[in-house]
Design a protein around this ligand. Sequence first.
Ligand SMILES: Nc1ncnc2c1ncn2[C@@H]1O[C@H](COP(=O)(O)OP(=O)(O)OP(=O)(O)O)[C@@H](O)[C@H]1O
Length: 603
Amino acid sequence: EEEDVKRSLAKFYEQLWSGNGQRDPSWGWNATSDPCTDKWKGVICDSQSISVKKIILNGLNLTGTLDASSLCTAKSLVVLRLNDNHIDGEIPEEISNCKQLTHLNVSWNQFSGNLPSNLSRLNNLKRLDISNNNFSGNLPELPRISGLISFLAQTNQLSGEIPQFDFSNLAQFNVSFNNFSGPIPDLHGNFKESSFTGNPELCGKPLPKACPPSPPPKKSSKGQKIEQVLMYSGYILLGLAFMFFVAFRLAKRKKTKEEDVVKKGTVVDGSINKPSTAPSDYKAGASRSEFSITSADQSAMVLSPLVVLTSPVVKGLKFEDLLKAPAEVLGRGRHGSLYKVIFEDRMTLAVKRIKDWAISSEDFKRRMQKIDQAKHPNVLPALAFYCSKQEKLVVYEYQQNGSLYRLLHGTQNGQKFEWGSRLSVAASIAEALAFMHEEFHGDGIGHGNLKSTNILMNKNMEPCISEYGLMASDSQDHSSLSRGNSFKAIDPKSGTMNSTFKADMYGFGVILLELLTGKIVQNNGFDLARWVNSVVREEWTVEVFDKALIREGASQERMVNMLQVALKCINPSPEARPSMNQVALMVNTIKEEEEERSIVFEP
Ligand SMILES: Nc1ncnc2c1ncn2[C@@H]1O[C@H](COP(=O)(O)OP(=O)(O)OP(=O)(O)O)[C@@H](O)[C@H]1O
């Protein structure tokens, strides 16, 4: 039987190359050798080297077709990644014989035709990515797969209605840029417009286009009567709700006016000279005077109170509370200052004061609220913000475990930062950033200032991206953006500018370089990037890696793979940089390979 699998896999591989003949013999994949013990390229086996678990052949210029009936004789296959190739033809019915599959990724190929209806029989599937192909026709009954957590099908020509998935179970869902039609099913508030945009015939929330009232089915006169009664009572309810709303607004406006008077009193009554309760690390002079710059804008301040976002942590926090609490300057960057604000009994906050950002208060508010809606465990949410013409403040929870920068370069504890942990950090940031880029694809909101000081370690020592979207992309001089080369990539489908995303890619590439080299970044990473590039060009690649990693015995193969990913990200030409989704996959693959190997070598 094992012989069968071998022969079948070799045949599957033949078909993948049927478009051209450039095969590399060092990849193995012939029936005279063994996929596990002879380490065929892209094949990962179980720890006993008996059964094939994963086939990972992404980004290899494969031009043939997918021979699923051969492939699925390897019954133990769990992961199949064929993304970023030029594979065409259909996905054959026989794919349903790969019963163990949990991950199937065929994105960025030229697959076409209908999706096989029995795709829905793969009931172990967790992630299915068929995006960026030419698939057409209706979706099979994918909601039958109860454990599905990610379904990505954007940029195809799929049509018909979107079935009712269990949206509360899905972490990722995207069917944008297809030909779907009809109403969007109930999402239970889970996904945004960006998951559905680019389907002209699709309607209903969260798209701006409302669905036309469904034509009344022919009914008996009794049915019609009931419907009319319902309709009129609906109108009455609506009217009542509107009156209630107006009354509420009036009452609230009156209250705010009263509050304003109170607030004005408080501020004038000397909130500026305080504190007796200052903790030891409170540096009175500089920080207080800096912070009270806001008083120059007092009238505006009092009129527009702090906007508290969805977080319950700072509920009831007022702008003057912020002013009154002892504060310490943590940093003065190019884009503004950061303060640590300590509340005696409650919490410690980090408050970013952004300077010179020509964005209207309205736009800033909208932007902050939008960002707040995309929640990811590895992205630090803003708790509140404040904006007036002169002043923009964003409040975060203070993270006492410091930043990735400190973890890499901090000397105080001499703690080791091992290869496995560095890989995990890279993978988590990549996933989170890919998620955010996907969320804001249509809005063009990237991070804008990605660097290791903006990656904070949370309570569980998990990395969190901080300050997402706080910088207008054009105010930063990463990469070639501001070096005279005024690049503005226009996404052909959504028409949005994605230069901010490409700048993030550069920032992420530099973070990877920091993780690999352990070197300190200056000058936005240009120096480090130039140095690494020159060393690699001279073919002294091993020289770039952090000595601590070499000492630890980290896998050079995977460090080199990671270096290659970093070099793609810092490509001087923004158009040539991969997308964050692609990079997240690459980084994850390297991380999974590492984990796989460490399991194999465990006693
Ligand atoms: N929420 C937070 N909790 C704890 N430390 C933080 C928090 N946010 C930022 N820091 C740390 O405070 C320091 C100063 O932050 P700041 O954002 O001013 O610096 P920067 O990111 O280097 O500058 P800029 O963002 O203006 O380019 C950094 O070392 C950063 O890691």
